[in-house]
Design a protein around this ligand. Structure first.
Ligand code: HEM
Ligand SMILES: *[C@@H]1O[C@H](CO)[C@@H](O)[C@H](O)[C@H]1NC(C)=O
Length: 366
């Protein structure tokens, strides 16, 4: 009995091993991948790069696709499950499958636009929506110069019901609330919460200030870089319309919007030094974001059941910028130092007169 069991175990292992080896495949589209199941994603890649990301740009659709990954994934609460309530399924595509419910939740304002943009691609290619959302997000980030190599896993279980309301952080939440939420959702600590917020390096707001669309969070919203961490550490100045809305505080650069949550996390003693560490350490920024993106994009899923299709994601756009610099007119004297342990790095200033940062309007018709 024991021997038979051993034999079966070994043969099963050999079969599994043979299957793993033979899985390495050349796709009909020409690329070689580690698992033949990944081939299906190349036509999707080609289509979204051309027809959603305007030929591989880090555009508004790319920014929105990244935000969608977070708002789908973070909607999971083991604490609610422990109380006997349904706590959401995490990265299960519920934000697309139950979009009429979830995009009506307050923190999801505006996400109906990108869901409506993405849905036809999901339908056309017949792919799993829970996988498509992180796929589009990973491709989106790879389009932004300075991005890490992004990972992509397939095979997610899809949502059978909408996530409950109240699980997505809001910009008017306290640091305590946000840290408690990310900790509940994925066991993330305060440092990992800072890592997540690197996403706001390639981001703009359409809805926090209802009168102005496409206000960036930093002065280089097409680059995945440390500028966001610098800009948010500058002392705020009151511009027309700056700081007047719920969840918004005064920004330091004309044309930029600063979320209250980003402002507070940049200044909280638990998070300020980690925040500062990203100002001019591109390698750390990339490594930590690569890790945390995959963690968010697989919340609620069994990693062992997923297939690694990272070889479908394009190599990131090369870094086309140098060390982080102060925007025109700003220097180290404008920093509101919050990290007690380490001084703010001494950085150069972009020459010239201060100008207003250009807006990134949402897609037409969205
Ligand atoms: C944890 C606390 C967070 C809060 C309170 C927060 C809040 C916000 C808010 C209020 C906006 C502006 C929405 C609008 O007005 O259109 C925004 C935009 C954005 N967020 Fe977050 N966010 C958080 C974390 C994250 C994370 C972890 C990611 C991704 C990993 C992310 C990705 C983005 C992106 C890419 C945008 C820009 C979307 C665009 O340009 O259209 N955010 N966030
Ligand atoms: C960047 O971060 C890494 C990881 O924390 C650290 O080892 C390295 O010293 C940092 N580099 C700089 C220039 O601060």
């Amino acid at each position: 009995m024991a021997l038979k069991h051993l034999f079966i175990t070994i043969s099963a292992a050999l079969v599994a091993n043979a299957a793993a080896v033979s899985k390495r495949a050349t796709c009909s589209t020409g690329q070689t991948v580690s698992n033949a199941a990944c081939c299906a994603w190349f036509p999707v890649l080609e289509d979204i790069q051309q027809n959603m990301f305007a030929g591989g740009q880090c555009n508004a659709e790319a920014h929105e696709s990244l935000r969608l990954v977070f708002h789908d994934g973070i909607a999971i609460s083991p604490a609610m499950e422990a109380r006997g309530e349904f706590g959401g399924g995490g990265a299960d595509g519920s934000i697309m499958l139950f979009d009429t419910i979830e995009t009506a939740f307050h923190p999801n304002i505006g996400l109906d636009e990108i869901v409506n943009i993405q849905k036809p691609f999901v339908q056309k290619h017949g792919v799993n929506p829970a996988d498509f959302i992180p796929f589009a997000g990973a491709v989106a980030v790879s389009n932004c110069p300075g991005a890490p190599e992004m990972q992509f896993f397939t095979g997610r279980k899809i949502a059978t019901q909408a996530a409950p309301d109240g699980l997505v952080p809001e910009p008017f939440h306290t640091v305590d609330q946000i840290l408690a939420r990310t900790n509940d959702a994925g066991g993330f600590d305060e440092l990992e919460t800072v890592w997540m917020l690197s996403a706001h390096s390639i981001a703009a707001s359409n809805d926090v200030d209802p009168t102005v669309q496409g206000l960036p969070f930093d002065s280089t919203p097409e680059q995945f870089d440390g500028q966001f961490f610098l800009d948010t550490q500058l002392r705020g100045v009151l511009f027309p319309g700056s700081g007047g809305n719920q969840g918004e505080v005064e920004s330091a650069i004309a044309g930029e919007i600063r979320l209250q949550s980003d402002h507070l996390i940049a200044r909280d003693s638990r998070t300020a030094c980690e925040w500062q560490s990203f100002v001019n350490n591109q390698t750390k920024l990339q490594d930590d974001f690569q890790f945390i993106f995959t963690a968010i994009a697989t919340l609620g899923q069994d990693m062992d059941a997923l297939v690694d299709c990272s070889d479908v994601i394009p190599a990131p756009q090369p870094q086309n910028f140098g060390a982080t610099r102060f925007p025109p007119g700003k220097t180290n004297a404008d920093i509101e130092q919050a990290c007690a342990a380490t001084p703010f790095p001494t950085l150069a200033t972009v020459p010239g007169l201060a100008t207003s940062v250009a807006r990134i309007p949402p897609p037409p018709g969205a």
